[in-house]
Design a protein around this ligand. Structure first.
Ligand code: ADP
Ligand code: MG
Length: 258
């Protein structure tokens, strides 16, 4: 086992375990008042804040693990349903930004009523093409990480609406669109390298260290999967991220031919 493998193990077992216990215990206090006793509104608010931030830490940890795995060329490929990855990514993203909605969604079966509840909250999901039914062969955690990041940004910046569309008959094509403030043209080139520039002057100026990690992660994950990401955005006109991810079956065949 390399030094890095040990580091990943440490992150996964020694940090992810306790974080997950904090998250589930806090959630229990919030949703099982009959068992644990009633909460005052200030206690509830504080617990919700603990839960939101624990979920953020959990997401960041998962991201770091995937980045280390990517650097080591570690892939866990399998056939999986993209709708399963999408549903989990939506739940994760909603969890951090809207815990009340996430608590509601957690109890709904992942069928029409799940998508109806999302629609009622301004989130539309469209799935067409091959991967609506057929499994996609890739690293599910990496694909899910990409989806979670794009969806959580869209939810964070939207005015009202987020539309997620999954399509593609060979490569998987993902669109995540919002009606938020958009990204100024001159800023677009910076969003994927923000983490790099934050090491310098910008880091000293930011009030939120680690700010901008998400999109740099997305870019690395898509690169290692042999895909690409594009963004259509203009100030005041919303943002749409377009991702193409090839099936890793095809990717390894192509690599083998070179
Ligand atoms: N959907 C979006 N709408 C507007 N700006 C966005 C969107 N997604 C990303 N950005 C911009 O790209 C930056 C980098 O995104 P990200 O790495 O996810 O960092 P964070 O979510 O912590 O702000 C954001 O700070 C924001 O300026
Ligand atoms: Mg983000």
């Amino acid at each position: 086992m390399s030094k890095k493998d040990h580091f990943i193990d440490l992150l996964v077992h020694d940090l992810a375990g306790p974080i997950s216990i904090i998250s589930t215990s806090t959630n229990s206090l919030l949703v099982k008042e009959q068992k644990y006793g009633p909460l005052t509104s200030r206690q509830r608010q504080t617990l919700e804040r603990i839960l939101r931030n624990t979920n953020k830490a959990q997401a960041l940890l998962a991201e770091m693990v995937e980045i280390y795995r990517s650097e080591e060329g570690l892939f866990h490929c399998s056939n999986f349903l993209i709708t399963d990855a999408l549903n989990d990514a939506i739940l994760d993203a909603v969890d951090v930004l809207n815990p009340t909605l996430s608590a509601k969604l957690a109890f709904i079966k992942k069928d029409d009523s799940f998508y109806r509840t999302l629609r009622e909250n301004g989130i539309s999901v469209e799935c067409t093409g091959k991967y609506c039914q057929d499994p996609f062969y890739s690293d599910q955690k990496k694909v899910q990480q990409v989806l979670r990041n794009l969806i959580s940004n869209a939810l964070k910046y939207r005015k009202e609406r987020v539309t997620i569309s999954i399509t593609g008959d060979s490569d998987l094509i993902i669109h995540v669109r919002d009606d938020g403030p958009g990204i100024p043209e001159e800023e677009i080139k910076n969003i994927f390298i923000r983490f790099g520039t934050l090491k310098g002057k910008a880091k000293e100026e930011t009030k939120m260290p680690g700010f901008g990690f998400g999109m740099s992660c997305v870019k690395i994950l898509i690169d290692v999967m042999g895909g690409e990401i594009n963004v259509e955005s203009k100030e005041g006109g919303g943002t749409c991220f377009i991702v193409r991810v090839p099936s890793l079956h095809l990717f390894s065949e192509k690599e083998a031919l070179q």
